[in-house]
Design a protein around this ligand. Structure first.
Ligand code: SER
Length: 624
């Protein structure tokens, strides 16, 4: 039976044979995308091209994209949710559409992977009158023909949520269920965001395994979108054809396909194994945990799954440059590590055990050689954070002892404060209180949960705001900042020297943050010179030109590349200057977009400069 590397290869070969260019995975942290902290689907880096920009590799693209979904952290523990995963994706940028997509993906699953077509079920868009978007009868007909070609009965049914499967194979769900955009359902999409109806494919592990009967949904009818675990979504074809505008939904200039299928989940289906944690991408971690805990996976699935998922994700995130921190992306890495330590204690692992996992994950992913190459430093980072948290737990215990003497009772609020401030888990608070014979307030778990939910809602509101505040309202501003990033990079190299290299950047509607290698703080004079230089270039109205060229040729011509190895062979090069061949001040490999002329930027000001890490400075720049 095939393993994950073979599946990845097979998928990419299949689409390469259909004339798709295979592009590398983008990093887990998107660059210059203020709308989101992480790359959480394969289409994210493709958005400009879905909107109509020309992709240097053509109109048919495929890849395996590393993804991280922070919103799923608490979901991990069942047999299929993971925070990190790889998404096998293929895109048509105004080229083929529904007919080819559904046919190809069906053939890939049935003929290439040899999945039994009788175990496949699909959903289609049910339409939404209020948006003026009809239900997807075309996809339904296409699916009927495809199943008929394999002698599989394919009845079309509605209202599966209320009425169950009804012997159907093709299901119309109400509008929002089969609609995909980065922001979710149509109502949540900001103006300027693309989206469209989709058609999901599910694999049936079989009623006889009893998933539904044993689940909390047992008293409701089972259907493909039921959460009992019988059906697993393995792929989603999005018909990316609408743009949200002030007036409502309008057709995009081109009809696009955005397909994404979870590598881990497809492999689980091939193995007819409902537990994704049993595939090769987790096995070495599970075996290691069994060895050091002396416990069996099968008897402790939740703890093993949480640690295996979280550590794989943390290692991949650190490999892509995110260190544990108390804010932004780093906050999630910290949470993943802390949760792993806590679940480790449930398995009676009290000694530090995380360091070794960096190497295990590196070996699992020869496709991402930078992980194994950096395994030592990643392991150190894990170990450091783990030790700090172990100390934190000790402090949490001390604080617990102090507070419980004052309050004489463990309340939901006290438990939450300990949890929030020290990461001290509710279960530990309860255990300690019982151990020391202090009473628990009557509804402690419920109170704790309510306070936590309220807290989570507040943070969610904040992150929704982040989505809206970014792309939609400030797209023009974002583009200006993006070009200013190139000017800043170039000015720093000119004034401080060519040892300056971009280490990262982040743009929101308010400012640009730029990290670069340099060993000391900038003097007032240096800051002024950099600022002046950028404003001079802006004042000179320099044209910004884009060329598509071979990567090596671009590098030979002096183009700068922030992480050269991650770019494909054909690249976009943005040059700023009067003549892109002989008279330029900046040349960089970059996905764009940029302003046409530097004059559009206005003026800039350096507002802050500080240290970001050893040998790395951080600079904040604003448009004035
Ligand atoms: N963007 C869609 C998804 O994430 C399909 O690639 O499901």
């Amino acid at each position: 039976m095939i393993n994950s590397s073979q599946l990845r290869r097979q998928y990419l070969d299949f689409f390469a044979n259909l004339n798709h260019a295979i592009i590398p995975s983008s990093p887990l942290v998107p660059e210059n995308d203020p709308t989101t902290l992480f790359t959480s689907s394969g289409m994210q880096p493709i958005v400009p091209y879905l909107l109509g920009a020309k992709h240097p590799q053509g109109k048919r693209i495929a890849n395996s994209q590393k993804c991280f979904r922070s919103q799923d952290i608490e979901e991990v523990g069942d047999n299929r949710h993971t925070t990190f995963f790889e998404m096998l994706g293929n895109w048509s940028l105004g080229d083929y559409f529904k007919e080819e997509q559904l046919k190809w993906i069906f053939e890939f699953l049935v003929d290439e992977l040899k999945l039994d077509p009788a175990k496949l079920y699909v959903t289609v868009y049910g339409g939404d009158q209020s948006l003026g978007i009809p239900r997807d009868d075309q996809a339904t007909e296409l699916w009927q023909k495809l199943f008929a070609s394999r002698d599989v009965e394919a009845k079309v049914v509605e209202q599966a949520q209320e009425k169950g499967l009804q012997n159907g194979r093709i299901f119309f769900y109400e509008g929002a269920t089969n609609w995909w955009s980065r922001a979710g359902q149509p109502a949540n999409m900001p103006i300027g965001e693309p989206g469209g109806p989709d058609s999901e494919i599910f694999y049936d592990f079989g009623e006889e395994r009893g998933f539904h009967k044993q689940s909390v949904f047992a008293d409701q009818p089972c259907h493909v979108n039921c959460d009992c675990g019988r059906f697993l979504e393995i792929g989603n074809s999005v018909f990316m054809q609408y743009l949200k505008t002030e007036q409502g939904f309008e057709p995009l200039p081109q009809l696009n396909i955005d397909f994404g299928g979870g590598l881990e989940r497809m492999l689980a289906a091939i193995h007819n194994e409902p537990d994704v944690f049993k595939i090769d991408l987790f096995l070495p971690i599970i075996e290691y945990l069994e060895e050091i805990s002396g416990k069996k996976y099968q008897e402790n699935t939740t703890a093993f799954r949480v640690i295996a998922d979280h550590m794989r994700a943390a290692v991949m995130l650190i490999a892509d440059g995110v260190l544990p921190d108390n804010k932004d992306q780093g906050y999630f890495v910290r949470r993943l590590i802390r949760r792993s330590v806590r679940y480790g204690r449930q398995l009676n692992i009290t000694q530090p055990f995380l360091k070794k996992i960096a190497e295990l994950v590196g070996k699992i992913y020869p496709e991402y050689p930078h992980v194994l190459l950096k395994a030592d430093t990643i392991g150190q980072a894990l170990h450091h954070e783990e030790q700090k948290f172990l100390q934190t737990l000790v402090r949490g215990l001390q604080e617990f002892e102090k507070q419980i003497i004052i309050e004489k009772e463990l309340t939901g609020q006290l438990a939450f404060t300990l949890y929030e401030t020290y990461g001290f888990p509710l279960e530990l608070s309860i255990e300690e209180a019982e151990h020391k014979n202090f009473p628990l307030s009557a509804k402690i778990k419920e109170d704790f949960q309510n306070i936590k939910t309220q807290h989570a809602e507040e943070s969610r509101t904040a992150s929704t705001g982040m989505f809206k505040g970014g792309l939609a309202d400030h797209s023009e501003v974002t583009i200006k900042y993006h070009t200013a990033t190139h000017l800043l990079h170039s000015a720093l190299r000119k004034i401080l020297g060519n040892h300056v290299e971009q280490k990262g950047s982040n743009i929101n509607g308010e400012r640009l943050r730029f990290d670069f290698t340099h060993h000391q703080a900038l003097t007032e004079q240096e800051k002024q010179q950099v600022e002046q230089q950028i404003n001079e270039w802006i004042g000179a109205d320099l044209p910004v030109t884009k060329q598509v060229m071979n990567k090596n040729e671009a590098l030979e011509k002096g183009a700068l590349a922030f992480f050269a190895e991650k770019y494909p062979d054909e690249v976009n090069v943005y040059t700023i200057g009067l003549d892109p061949q002989n008279d330029w001040i900046s040349k960089e490999l970059c996905g764009g977009p940029h302003v046409v002329n530097t004059g559009e930027i206005g003026r800039v000001k350096i507002v802050k400069e500080k240290s970001a890490a050893a040998g790395v400075r951080r600079l904040y720049l604003q448009l004035t």
